[in-house]
Ligand binder design. Structure first.
Ligand SMILES: C[S@@+](CC[C@H](N)C(=O)[O-])C[C@H]1O[C@@H](n2cnc3c(N)ncnc32)[C@H](O)[C@@H]1O
Length: 274
């Protein structure tokens, strides 16, 4: 087999198709990452050239989906950026009152599900039975979604959580833990591409967590996705962004967001997304 090389025009071609399909912007610094993540796939297909693989992902949607599974970065953990869950627990959930409709939070870019299950734990503790609630959790990566749906993690994934929480919400089985069935039932995992113009979610939503996803998007994509979030959230609803992400102040004014600190934004009435 020939030595694999990722040439300029091949990288450019892959980056273009990845951005068009997912919004993920692959700068030149990501070249090694692309090479290392795709190389095993080329080897298993017995391809010697990235140009052949490029042709394949252009022609076969299933192969492109697989390439995206390999290229997306899916680092996550239970109660990551814990202050956001504290904010929910202390500032948002106590104000929720029983009403006809279901209270909904969306984990957008949920990866392997830890964020969504953390939200479910916080809701179970803070809303319990007094209000009907549901967690929607979506991602573009079909592999991480299947892990999320299974709800089985190595024990180390929960080692930083209080013991009482572990025994209440997880079944321990040797070196792994499994999310208990009653908690799993409150989380709804689905494939969803954030850059699609139509987002098939019932709105209005009460809370959106979209953390550590915007960092991979261009400013233009970020602005479009924010408009979608604005449209889907109810007035007074909250958006949570990751520690390295923020909404520029001119967009806050234009779209109708107020920054409450630490990546937490509140939707105020605005004309965005209409
Ligand atoms: C680093 S993980 C963040 C996981 C979790 N939100 C957290 O903060 O721990 C980023 C996730 O965004 C997903 N993603 C990237 N582009 C996406 C898109 N266009 N639509 C939906 N999900 C996307 C990736 O597949 C990945 O699972």
């Amino acid at each position: 087999m020939e030595k694999l090389i990722l040439r300029d025009e091949e990288f450019k071609g892959i980056a273009e198709i990845v951005e068009a399909r997912s919004g993920i912007h692959l700068t030149n610094q990501k070249r090694n990452l692309v090479f290392n993540r795709l190389r095993p796939r080329l080897r298993s297909l017995k391809l010697d050239r990235f140009s052949d693989y490029l042709r394949l992902i252009r022609e076969q949607p299933e192969e492109l989906a697989l390439a995206l599974n390999l290229i997306t970065t899916n680092v996550t953990k239970f109660f990551r950026e814990e202050h956001h869950f504290r904010f929910l627990e202390e500032q948002v959930l106590p104000a929720v009152v029983p009403r006809g409709e279901i209270w909904r939070a969306w984990s957008a870019g949920c990866s392997t599900g830890e964020e969504a299950y953390s939200l479910a734990i916080i809701c179970r503790e803070g809303l319990g039975q007094k209000v009907k609630w549901r967690i929607l959790a979506t991602d573009i990566n079909t592999h991480v979604l299947s892990v999320a749906q299974r709800g089985i993690y190595p024990h180390e994934a929960v080692a930083h959580l209080p013991r009482a929480m572990i025994s209440k919400y997880f079944d321990i089985d040797g070196g792994t833990v499994k999310v208990k069935e009653f908690l799993k039932k409150s989380v709804w995992f689905r494939y969803l591409n954030l850059i699609e113009p139509y987002i098939p979610l019932r709105s209005p939503l009460d809370v959106i967590f979209c953390r550590n996803v915007f960092i991979y998007f261009t400013r233009e994509t970020q602005r479009d996705v924010l408009m979608t979030f604005h449209r889907l959230l109810k007035v007074g609803g909250h958006l949570f962004l990751g520690h390295a992400e923020s909404i520029p102040t001119d967009w806050q004014r234009q779209q109708g967001w107020v920054h409450l600190g630490q990546g937490v934004y509140k939707k105020v009435d605005g004309k965005a997304g209409r």
